[in-house]
Design a protein around this ligand. Structure first.
Ligand code: Y39
Ligand code: FE
Ligand code: FE
Ligand code: FE
Length: 231
C-alpha cells in the first residue's frame, strides 16, 4: 500500500512521541520473533518428519529478531520487553498448553496461521511508513513470513479432514486474543502512521486466504475469520 512521499516526510522518527511508541512496538516484534523461534523448535519436536524444515524456520526467526533489534538501536530506542511479554502472554500460554498436550494442529494454527498473518499484516502496513533502515530490514523479513505461513497451510491442507474440528476450536480460543492485541497496540501503531483499520483489513485478507488454501469454504471463512471481532 504505497503512501505519498509527502505524508511520509511528516513522520519525525526522532521525536519523543515516536520513540516512546516505538519502544513498545519494536519490543512486540522482537519478543514475537523470539517466541516464533521457540515455537518452531517445539513444532520440530512435534513433527519429527519435518524437523529440518522447521529448524530452518526457527533460525530465520532469530535472524528477524536480530534485524529488529538493530532497528531499535538505529533510532536509539530501548525496547520495552516486559510490556511485550505481557502482550504475547495469552497466545504464548495457549501454545505451550497445546504443545504439552501434543496438539500439533492447534500449535500450527497459533504460530503458522494466526501469528504469521498478524506479522505479515503489520509488516506490510509498516513498510511504507518505516524509516529507511527499518524498511529494508522489514522488506526482507516479510518475504520469509510468507514462507512460514505457507508451511502451516500446506501441512493443514494435507491433514484437513482430521484437523477441521481442532482448527475450529483453536480459532475460537485464539482469534479473540488477536483482536484484543490489535486494540491494545492501536494507539502506538497510529503514532507510527500505521492505521488500525488497515491492520485489521490486511490480517483478515491474509487469514481468510490461508483458511481458503487449507480447504475451508467461503461460508466457514466468514464465520471463522471474524470470530470475536466485536468482543
Ligand atoms: O512469525 C513471526 O515472525 C512473527 C512473530 C512475529 C510477530 C510479529 C508481531 C507483529 C505484531 C505487531 C503489531 C504492530 C501493530
Ligand atoms: Fe519472523
Ligand atoms: Fe516462555
Ligand atoms: Fe515467522
Amino acid at each position: 500500500m504505497p503512501q505519498l512521499a509527502a505524508e511520509q516526510e511528516e513522520i519525525d522518527f526522532k521525536s519523543e512521541k515516536y520513540k516512546d511508541a516505538y519502544s513498545r512496538i519494536n519490543a512486540i516484534v522482537i519478543e514475537g520473533e523470539q517466541e516464533a523461534h521457540e515455537n518452531y523448535i517445539t513444532l520440530a519436536q512435534l513433527l519429527p518428519e519435518h524437523q529440518d524444515a522447521l529448524i530452518r524456520l526457527s533460525k530465520m526467526e532469530s535472524r528477524h529478531k536480530k534485524g529488529f533489534e538493530a532497528c531499535g538501536r538505529n533510532l536509539e530506542v530501548v525496547p520495552d520487553l516486559e510490556f511485550a511479554q505481557k502482550f504475547f502472554a495469552g497466545l504464548h500460554q495457549n501454545f505451550q498448553t497445546a504443545a504439552a498436550e501434543g496438539k500439533v494442529v492447534t500449535c500450527l494454527l497459533i504460530q503458522s496461521l494466526i501469528i504469521e498473518c498478524f506479522a505479515i499484516a503489520a509488516y506490510n502496513i509498516y513498510i511504507p511508513v518505516a524509516d529507511d533502515f527499518a524498511r529494508k530490514i522489514t522488506e526482507g523479513v516479510v518475504k520469509d513470513e510468507y514462507s512460514h505461513l505457507n508451511f502451516g497451510e500446506v501441512w493443514l491442507k494435507e491433514h484437513f479432514e482430521e484437523s477441521k474440528a481442532e482448527l475450529e476450536e483453536a480459532n475460537r480460543q485464539n482469534l479473540p486474543l488477536v483482536w484484543r492485541m490489535l486494540n491494545e497496540v492501536a494507539d502506538d501503531a497510529e503514532t507510527l502512521a500505521m492505521e488500525k483499520d488497515a491492520l485489521v483489513e490486511d490480517f483478515m485478507i491474509q487469514y481468510g486466504e490461508a483458511l481458503s488454501n487449507i480447504g475451508f469454504t467461503t461460508r466457514d471463512i466468514m464465520r471463522l475469520s471474524a470470530y470475536g471481532l466485536t468482543a
